[in-house]
Write a protein that binds this ligand. Structure first.
Ligand SMILES: [Zn+2]
Length: 308
């Protein structure tokens, strides 16, 4: 029986777990809703039983378990903190609680960090040891891989790139700052701008993307939204390229279908604002991630191989 690891992706409402082999093959996957209203014990039970159901099928050659969670992580203590989505798991030793129930070691990681590791392992970042991933969703997550490892910072909170300031004095953010990247370039920001521009109440990114194809005032308004998104991303990328001089920056998430609408603005602003980018054009790639939703699962599963 081949050795495998288990990756878990804990979202706001759902839970996915997968068995993945050493060479990155998906062996098995389970997914389900997690009932967060039932309290901490119920959530922990859901996580542990998902892992157990996979372990029962694939045996004891388990290399380890990686769990990706939204929110800020205290890596040494195995805590989640500042996560709006997981109130029951806040400031509680969630890693050790899962580990004790399973009787095997568990690694806790921020979900975007895990996704960056997944892309590095078998996605668009394969063979690249230094990269940044931005996950464009309801918020914006970030993961930084340097020398083939997740950059965690001293407590585990590095890579919160959705809170880079791209517009000083811009829209207020739940983090207390104003003008955060995710307030101007997330799916939530697209929906909010569409509402402000009277295009519709609760339009999805896909709908705003479709409207932008219209040759009309409405189409023009929708294209302006994608311009704002692109310019905010360009400003963030300029900061990242200037900071890291990495060869690869990846974008993922449900907004990628609008790539052709926002990317020209993003690349223009990146070029305007980053000397490092201009000096390394052709060697610095800004690209779409390829694993989509699976990146976090693969990356979480990869962590035990790195730590082992
Ligand atoms: Zn913020």
């Amino acid at each position: 029986m081949a050795e495998y690891s288990i990756g878990v992706d804990l979202g706001g409402t759902n839970l996915r777990a997968a068995a993945i082999s050493r060479d990155g093959k998906l062996l098995d996957k389970v997914s389900g809703l997690t009932n967060f209203t039932e309290g901490r014990e119920a959530v922990l039970d859901d996580i542990v039983s998902a892992i157990e159901s996979i372990r029962k099928k694939h045996g004891e050659v388990l290399a380890g378990v990686g769990v990706g969670v939204p929110g800020f992580i205290r890596i040494k203590e195995g805590f989640i903190t500042g996560s709006n989505n997981l109130p029951y798991l806040e400031n509680f030793p969630v890693r050790d609680a899962i580990s004790q129930r399973l009787g095997s070691p568990v690694i806790l990681e921020n979900d975007a960090n895990a996704a960056a590791m997944g892309e590095k392992w078998i996605g668009a970042g394969r063979g690249v040891d230094d990269l940044v991933l931005l996950t464009l969703g309801t918020g914006i997550g970030g993961g930084i891989i340097s020398g083939g490892r997740v950059v965690r910072g001293h407590v585990g909170m590095a890579g919160e790139l959705g809170h880079l300031t791209v517009i000083p004095g811009g829209n207020p953010c739940g983090c207390g700052n104003r003008g955060c990247l995710e307030k101007h370039a997330s799916a939530t920001a697209v929906t909010a701008m569409a509402r402000l521009m009277q295009l519709g109440e609760d339009l999805t990114s896909k709908q705003v993307c479709d409207l932008a194809a219209q040759n009309s005032i409405i189409g023009q308004k929708a294209r302006t939204i994608w311009q704002v998104v692109g310019e905010a991303l360009g400003a963030a990328l300029a900061t990242l390229v200037n900071t890291f001089n990495f060869p690869l920056y990846l974008l993922s998430g449900g907004m990628l279908p609008a790539w052709d609408l926002f990317a020209p603005h993003m690349m223009r602003v990146l070029e305007e604002r980053s000397f490092t980018y201009r000096a390394t054009k052709g060697e610095t790639r800004i690209e779409q991630a390829t694993l989509g939703n699976e990146a976090g699962l693969f990356g979480a599963a990869y962590l035990p191989w790195l730590e082992g």
